[in-house]
Ligand binder design. Sequence first.
Ligand SMILES: [Fe+2]
Length: 277
Amino acid sequence: MSAAGATLVQLTDTHLLNGGALLHGRIDTWARTTAALNAAARFFPDAVLVTGDISDRGAQVYSRAAKLFEQAERELGCPVIVVPGNHDPAGSVGAAFNRKRLASGPNPADTVHLVDGLRIIGLDTHGFRETEGRLSGRQLQWLLAVLKTPAPRGTVLALHHPPIDSLLPALAGRGLARPEELAAVLAGSDVRGILCGHYHLPATGSLGGIPVWIGPAVSYNHDLFASEGSTRGLDPSWFSVIKVGAGQLSATPVQVAIPVAAFTREVPVPARQPALL
Ligand SMILES: [Fe+2]
């Protein structure tokens, strides 16, 4: 972590498949996930967050995925923090993941990490073959107890289902159920941001005044102009870079396969001017 704060790279909705299968017959999601992890090195992350839908429809990819994330931990020199999504069966994100956790919660994928004073809490929002995601009463009680002690540089939550609704009609009502319960637990806490995935469409919002970032997906992202009653996946693959500084948080979507530049122009970095007295 630099003096400016922590850099988090968020990959979400990788939708990995077995046996060389392509997602929707066209998308090599292993290649996209590997490319995103390789590209992450450019940003020198203090942690990588993988916010769910590791697998597509519960395909048994978890031991290979755990090995890939372990390799990324070695190469990037930072922890890879993983939570499951609605495509990941109960217990799939188990002991092979989150090896650098400080503590666990009621579910194996509820984990606490500390990165140079910034606390990152991963939450399992369940939802396999269910309409919505959910946090149980036990999870909320556990989270409340953990948050009673503030972290030196505050806390960020990582969970799959956003606690705010989607603009996409096909995903409306499919986020986190009863978000007001999470908002009540977070009120007055040191939580500085809530990082989610699930919608395959980047968006931002807030819950009880806390910023919410919904990262674009590694696998594909939705076309808002698909004809009514259908969904259409757009090809580009994205991840997010989140900066958590003193009193500031920013999230930047990053396209993995960089488009060809239309032009290149040298721009000097402006020197900081002293304040006029
Ligand atoms: Fe997904």
